[in-house]
Ligand binder design. Structure first.
Ligand SMILES: Nc1ncnc2c1ncn2[C@@H]1O[C@H](COP(=O)(O)OP(=O)(O)OP(=O)(O)O)[C@@H](O)[C@H]1O
Ligand SMILES: [Mg+2]
Length: 247
């Protein structure tokens, strides 16, 4: 399994953000977590990224237990995240932001050097071309629109080239046409390169159109888990009903 969560729980103070979730994602699949605000989607993705530790249960990627992996090269080769706030460095150029995707495999010295003279520039330009904004390479990240910044964040994860790509609300700040574009791009790139993709989204119809599998999350637990063609409007409605079905 590319991603394996076994009985994972995570609390923030009084809040049980993730409640005994088990989930197995085979290599190459694209999965989307859907559900209302506060359901636990971001926490689940951060658990998969090793950015948050479970209170109980285990998380492993391609058979490697994340509990035993320290942040760094090994983790960066396994998993990369496009965060909900895509955290670009405002004062750096688009190109330098994309090159930052290599941080994990570069080591600090070379990374710092890249701020002076970008290395592996062709790789970064290729990624920017792939997401359709090569002509913005020398602009500052702060001078881009929200949608363009989203593309830069995707280019950065392409350059990082991890086995598992996580994308938290990748289209939240985009208009409907752009959202279609970016989702097509993200799932297309994952499919072509055989990567596993786990994303989160609010827009369920849009999600159903682009991902192989939909996992409905509510109150920290999985409410349904079904393939693209099995998902029904009733399942989607149930996510937003007042009474949850979670045990
Ligand atoms: N760092 C934190 N400190 C305290 N509580 C947190 C923290 N992160 C998340 N929570 C709480 O955990 C629960 C799940 O949050 P999470 O961010 O995972 O939800 P989400 O499904 O991503 O929501 P959204 O759709 O709004 O992004 C919420 O009740 C939230 O308030
Ligand atoms: Mg979230």
């Amino acid at each position: 399994m590319a991603v394996l969560l076994e009985g994972v729980s995570r609390r923030y103070g009084e809040t049980l953000a993730v409640n005994n979730v088990s989930l197995a994602v085979p290599s190459g699949q694209s999965v989307v977590l859907v559900g209302p605000s506060g359901a636990g989607k971001t926490t689940l993705l951060r658990l998969m990224a090793g950015a948050v530790k479970p209170d109980s249960g285990g998380v492993s990627l391609h058979g490697q237990d994340l509990a035993g992996l320290s942040p760094g090269r090994e983790l960066a080769g396994l998993v990369g995240i496009v965060a909900q706030q895509y955290d670009l460095v405002a004062n750096l150029s688009v190109l330098q932001n994309v090159l930052a995707g290599r941080l994990g495999s570069w080591g600090l010295w070379r990374s710092l050097m890249s701020l002076v003279a970008p290395r592996e520039k062709p790789l970064a330009m290729q990624a920017l071309t792939r997401v359709g904004i090569a002509e913005r390479a020398y602009r500052r990240a702060s001078q881009l629109s929200g949608g363009e910044q989203q593309r830069v964040a995707i280019a950065r994860v392409l350059v990082q080239d991890p086995e598992v790509v996580l994308a938290d609300e990748p289209v939240a700040s985009l208009d409907p046409a752009r959202a279609e574009d970016v989702l097509g791009l993200l799932t297309g790139v994952a499919r072509e390169s055989g990567k596993t993709l786990v994303a989160s989204m609010h827009a369920v119809e849009l999600a159903a159109k682009h991902f192989d599998r939909l996992v409905g999350v509510r109150d920290g637990c999985v409410q349904f888990d079904s393939t693209q063609d099995e998902v029904t409007p009733e399942m989607l409605d149930s996510l937003y009903e007042l009474e949850g079905l979670c045990a």
